[in-house]
Design a protein around this ligand. Structure first.
Ligand code: ATP
Ligand code: MG
Length: 250
């Protein structure tokens, strides 16, 4: 089953074509990486898919529905989640409070459930499950602002999965992390995706990670797709090697 599909997807900023006629087809359950040089259009592609920016042209289908032009919170309600920075907004809340807020965001059914004790304890239970899944349950009552950088980024991923997404978009989730945090974070993402049964779109600069975790890889350059396939095929693709000025895969 195809969970996400784009057709002729294009975003222009004046004369600059940031996303150029992108045709993407992502199967449910896949971990799909989007790679490409700086400025290739990766983050802009995410902005279009999540409804943060309207496309100049083209269509987006998500989980059987045409979501082109839909408001981002409506798309989120349909089960698309993007990791977001908690550092500013939720720093004063505990890890548990953060996850509880995220579990209710944009979900009218759950926020009405919050009015009674059963609803509250269900949200609490779900939030504790998420914290256990991201390995932070022993620090549920610690303030997010007191967490080390790597743990804060894990909590951000926890926020993004708290609302049971069908598709999770991660834009450089390990940026700024050391190799230990990077590895444990990516293992966590793989485990979450399998256990909670969601699809992942991953933007990641570390090609070793990309080769390890991806089912398929889409390579962008100057806004357009220059290659797509399983890791082995991408690794051997001459066009891709040229795009990276050679050497990165060797
Ligand atoms: N809001 C905007 N207004 C004008 N130009 C933009 C805007 N957002 C992005 N761009 C341009 O679109 C192109 C693609 O940018 P984008 O951020 O999507 O690239 P990227 O692949 O995510 O790069 P990086 O690896 O550096 O994060 C760049 O040339 C960028 O300068
Ligand atoms: Mg980017």
């Amino acid at each position: 089953m195809t969970i996400l599909e784009t057709e002729n997807l294009t975003k222009k900023y004046g004369n600059l074509v940031a996303v150029d006629d992108v045709e993407l087809s992502v199967s449910a359950g896949e971990i799909r990486s989007i790679i490409g040089p700086n400025g290739a259009g990766k983050s802009t592609l995410f902005d279009l898919i999540t409804g943060m920016q309207p496309p100049t042209d083209g269509r987006i289908r998500f989980d059987g529905t045409d979501i082109t032009g839909m408001a981002s919170h409506k798309i989120a309600q349909r089960g698309m989640s993007r990791s977001f920075q908690i550092t500013d907004v939720f720093g004063g809340l505990t890890a548990l409070e953060n996850i509880q807020v995220a579990a209710q965001v944009d979900d009218s059914r759950r926020s009405s459930m919050l009015r009674d004790a059963d609803g509250l304890s269900e949200v609490h239970g779900k939030a504790m499950d998420v914290l256990a899944d991201i390995g932070l349950d022993d620090r549920a009552h610690q303030r997010a602002s007191d967490f080390a950088y790597g743990d804060r980024r894990k909590l951000e991923i926890g926020l993004a999965v708290a609302n049971d997404p069908k598709l999770l978009l991660l834009d450089e989730p390990t940026a700024g992390m050391g190799s230990e945090d990077t590895n444990s974070t990516m293992q966590m993402v793989q485990r979450l995706a399998a256990d909670r049964d969601f699809t992942v779109l991953l933007i990641e600069h570390d090609l070793e990670i990309v080769m390890n975790v991806s089912d398929r890889i889409t390579v962008l350059q100057d806004g357009g797709v220059i290659a797509e396939g399983p890791p082995e095929a991408i690794q051997d693709d001459e066009t891709v090697q040229e795009a990276y000025l050679g050497g990165v895969f060797s």
